[in-house]
Design a binder for this molecule. Structure first.
Ligand code: ZN
Length: 159
């Protein structure tokens, strides 16, 4: 199996993890960080999918060189898998940093980040990181933005 280098901007789509593979790598990484191991049953309940789906995706991730199964340690991330998982984690944290500026409901924010994070280009993500930094460095701008929203009540919700 060839070495897989993950670089979303230059890598051909065929070798990049799919959006759903990214969800799995993200969750496996989180489980290993928090519990020390990632069991199929925990991945399944965390992603709300069937254990058979987890097994099938884990096999795909293993073939792509992102995870390995070791007898006593269970599922582990390869160096490549860890690099991708860290990129996914960093991207998630960037979005969290950006969205948390605006006082949205925490559960809505989490669900929306999970929904959009795999669809953002590196350029858009970099722009959002810069926008977060801009508002963090300039609280008066953030305040002005929030006040301008209050003057536009009709755009705050379409529901
Ligand atoms: Zn995420």
């Amino acid at each position: 199996m060839g070495k897989i280098l993950f670089n979303p901007s230059v890598m051909p789509a065929a070798n990049a993890p799919s959006q759903s593979a990214e969800d799995y790598l993200e969750r496996i990484h989180e489980l290993i960080q928090t519990k020390g191991y990632a069991r199929v049953v925990d991945i399944a309940s965390s992603l709300k999918v069937r254990q058979a789906s987890v097994t099938s995706m884990v096999q795909k991730l293993a073939r792509a060189g992102f995870v390995n199964y070791e007898k006593y340690r269970g599922l582990i991330l390869t160096d490549e898998g860890r690099a991708v998982a860290l990129m996914i984690q960093h991207r998630h944290e960037t979005l969290e940093r950006f969205f948390s500026l605006f006082g949205l409901d925490a559960e809505t924010q989490r669900a929306d980040i999970e929904g959009i994070e795999h669809h953002l280009s590196p350029d858009t993500l970099a722009m959002l990181a810069d926008l977060a930094a801009f508002f963090e460095e300039s609280p008066e701008s953030l305040k002005a933005f929030k006040q301008s929203r209050k003057r536009r009540p009709n755009t705050q919700s379409c529901g």
